[in-house]
Design a protein around this ligand. Structure first.
Ligand SMILES: Cc1cc2nc3c(=O)[nH]c(=O)nc-3n(C[C@H](O)[C@H](O)[C@H](O)COP(=O)(O)OP(=O)(O)OC[C@H]3O[C@@H](n4cnc5c(N)ncnc54)[C@H](O)[C@@H]3O)c2cc1C
Length: 419
């Protein structure tokens, strides 16, 4: 690997999975990289997410018919997608774009763009994990999506059409055959069908992944500084330093990868992305009493159960609740009640509860883009439900944008000024 202590200086803001992967790819390309984060690496959205990696996740969150779900989002506290009355006014511009992204033509365009970014996303982990001497962190088990009703299975037909349209593989199983795919499933009489995705798997501990990559980055000369970025200094059309609460950090290039908190920094660079947050919850059961081989999604309940080194993680739900409101822990506890439907033996040992802030764009596509005004500033955030799986691929595209190389994927769909 190229040394990380010479070459042009890059400051990456944010030590989540996106910032760390971008920093590693830049370092591997011979640049001198510093990461700034106000917290230790991996303590944002990258902390206790569902840890799934799947090349099939191409359908956006806003699908045709989403408008009809809005009353339930407002009234049902256990709805997989929840919205509070008091947030409606603040969220109106984001919601208008979210609904616009649900039109059939938009959904197809989004799936194609997501598919191109996800192509090779599992393989892109391998060199990073090999360098970090932790290849076992990625498990290629496939994933299973189960349905409790025919109506639920039919509702996802459009998503499956999009997956097929971009060349994704899957196999459909009747309820009686599901145990062949995932022997840990109980109560299959409550299920209607399942869909197995072979080109998928999981990271065995997504927080440890960030730690391992951070260690690899440091070992090759990278520095991670516990400082919050507050702004930038400019020379002509170039950013020449990142201001922090303590000092200024000179740079030849800057990458903003501050997850759900990126918008104020992007604004200081002349961009105004409609970034908000889809809050999500997880429970990690250290002694779950069941051991699925692979992540098991519920098609109807917006959640997934993923085996982890630390136990079984139940994760999901979307709450459009902003960055400041306190967590609604009922949304985490409901995950256990749901999961018992298909894993009846699931224990109730004390579980680690967590809420995370997905950095979300209304069209479910990330921003991986140069800023409109500055030739040496790159934005990398807004990965919504797919930030973990897209970390290494995003890092490759950020590297190409910084270096001015032919990009690994056409960056047009991920431009910050696409709205
Ligand atoms: C419940 C749940 C389940 C999920 N499941 C999956 C999944 O199965 N697969 C998947 O691919 N994705 C999943 N995701 C999404 C994934 O977690 C996110 O997309 C991803 O973690 C985003 O990474 P990030 O690096 O952009 O943001 P973060 O991990 O949030 O990192 C941003 C970092 O920036 C720092 N920061 C912010 N402001 C500043 C500043 N001014 N100066 C310095 N530092 C700053 C923060 O402290 C933070 O460390 C899930 C998310 C949730 C909530």
């Amino acid at each position: 690997m190229a040394g990380g202590t010479a070459g042009p200086r890059v400051v990456v803001v944010g030590a989540g999975v996106i910032g760390i992967c971008a920093a590693l790819q830049l370092q591997r390309a011979g640049m001198q990289v510093e990461i700034l984060d106000r917290h230790p690496p991996g303590e944002g959205a990258s902390y206790a997410n569902a840890a799934v990696v799947t090349e099939a996740h191409v359908a956006p969150i806003a699908m045709p018919g989403v408008l009809a779900q809005v009353p339930r989002m407002l009234l049902d506290r256990e709805s997989p997608l929840a919205l509070r009355w008091r947030d409606l006014h603040r969220l109106a511009p984001w919601l208008a774009r979210f609904l616009a992204a649900a039109r059939p033509a938009a959904v197809r365009r989004i799936a194609e763009a997501m598919g191109r970014l996800l192509d090779g996303s599992m393989a892109a982990f391998e060199p990073l994990l090999a360098e970090a001497e932790e290849p076992g962190l990625l498990q290629r088990t496939g994933t299973l999506c189960i349905y409790e009703s025919q109506a639920g299975f039919r509702r996802d037909a459009t998503a499956r059409e999009l997956e097929q349209h971009v060349g994704r593989r899957f196999e459909i199983y009747s309820a009686s055959a599901l145990r062949q795919v995932e022997p840990a499933l109980g109560a299959t009489d409550r299920l209607h069908a399942g869909v197995y995705y072979p080109d998928a798997g999981y990271i065995t501990d997504n927080y440890r992944l960030v730690q391992v990559l951070a260690r690899s980055f440091r070992r090759h000369g990278g520095r991670i500084l516990r400082e919050a970025a507050t702004g930038f200094a400019f020379e002509g059309d170039r950013v020449c330093a990142v201001a922090t609460e303590r000092t200024t950090r000179p740079c030849d290039h800057v990458v903003v990868a501050a997850g759900a908190w990126s918008r104020p920094l992007a604004r200081k660079l002349g961009a105004n992305p409609p970034l908000d947050t889809e809050r999500g919850y997880s429970l990690t059961l250290p002694e779950p009493g069941v051991s699925p081989r692979m992540p098991v999604f519920s098609g109807e309940r917006g959640m997934v159960c993923t085996p982890q080194e630390t136990g079984l993680r139940l994760a999901g739900t979307v709450e459009l609740g902003g960055l400041d409101a306190p967590p609604d822990w009922n949304r985490a506890d409901v995950l256990l009640r749901h999961a018992r439907r298909w894993f009846p033996e699931l224990g109730s040992t004390p579980a680690g509860r967590w809420m995370g802030f997905r950095p979300s764009m209304p069209d479910s596509l990330p921003v991986i883009s140069r800023t409109p005004r500055h030739s040496n500033a790159v934005l990398a955030f807004g990965h919504g439900h797919c930030g973990l799986m897209l970390g290494p691929r995003t890092g490759e595209l950020v590297r190409d944008l910084v270096l001015g190389r032919t990009p690994v994927v056409d960056p047009a769909p991920y431009r910050v000024d696409r709205f």
